[in-house]
Design a protein around this ligand. Structure first.
Ligand code: DC
Length: 218
């Protein structure tokens, strides 16, 4: 078992930016579990399977072969042998992901992959259920959150930078809906693990958050 840092929290709390920075500073592998769920959602979208079609999702989850590799320190997600990094960051895929990640078949498959990675590497892993389900014995557990307007603004700026056309109110509405669904699903809902440290990043810079988490590592 490697050293592990688990970072959970709602969309836009700054998890991936902070996790990447920590991974770089500590020389750990960054495991973006959301990207794996996103690749799975992309598969269902491309197959024309509806978010509510539980039966089809259960049957076909096994046909989505998802693996990850690292190129120059960047995680690459492969869906059936195809690099899908460039396709999984849209709002459409994000919303579909939140909807399909309630399914047991989807979660079991991806959790297994995530645990195998943490077994052989030192990892910074971010997601919704890392401290509670995937790595209950993580060395450091953090729950990152921020005000929903602040989180919407961060997503908005990210999308603008990529040249997407977007609306701040719409994004905030999506974020609130997505969080509600992630927090209220039956399987592995988003919640703070009892032994996780809560960090509200509304008024913190990325560097301050990374410093605080690195300070928790023994
Ligand atoms: O972190 P993200 O926005 O890329 O995650 C997309 C969706 O994936 C999120 O709404 C819920 C789901 N997810 C999950 O259920 N469990 C995880 N460990 C990571 C993401």
């Amino acid at each position: 078992m490697g050293y592990s840092i688990a970072i959970d929290g709602p969309a836009g709390a700054g998890k991936s930016t902070v996790a990447k920075m920590i991974a770089k500073r500590k020389g750990f592998i960054y495991v973006d579990t959301g990207a794996m769920y996103r690749a799975m959602a992309l598969y269902f979208l491309e197959e024309g399977i509806g978010a509510d079609d539980k039966e089809k999702i259960r049957e076909s989850a096994k046909n989505a072969d998802i693996t990850i590799s690292y190129e120059n320190g960047e995680q690459v997600v492969w869906l059936n042998g195809r690099n899908v990094n460039g396709l999984i960051r849209t709002e459409q895929v994000g919303n579909m992901t939140s909807a399909v990640s309630v399914n047991k078949a989807v979660r079991e498959k991806l959790v297994e992959l995530q645990q195998a990675l943490a077994q052989k590497e030192n990892v910074v892993m971010d997601g919704r259920d890392i401290g509670t389900c995937v790595l209950p014995d993580a060395d450091v557990k953090v729950y990152l959150t921020a005000d929903s307007r602040v989180r919407a603004k961060r997503r908005y700026e990210e999308l603008l930078a990529k040249g997407s056309d977007c609306d701040l109110d719409e994004i905030e509405k999506d974020i609130i809906e997505r969080d509600y669904r992630d927090m209220h699903r039956e399987l592995s809902p988003l919640k703070q693990a009892d032994d996780a440290t809560l960090l509200d990043t509304s008024d913190m810079s990325i560097e301050q958050v990374a410093d605080a988490i690195i300070g928790m590592c023994g």
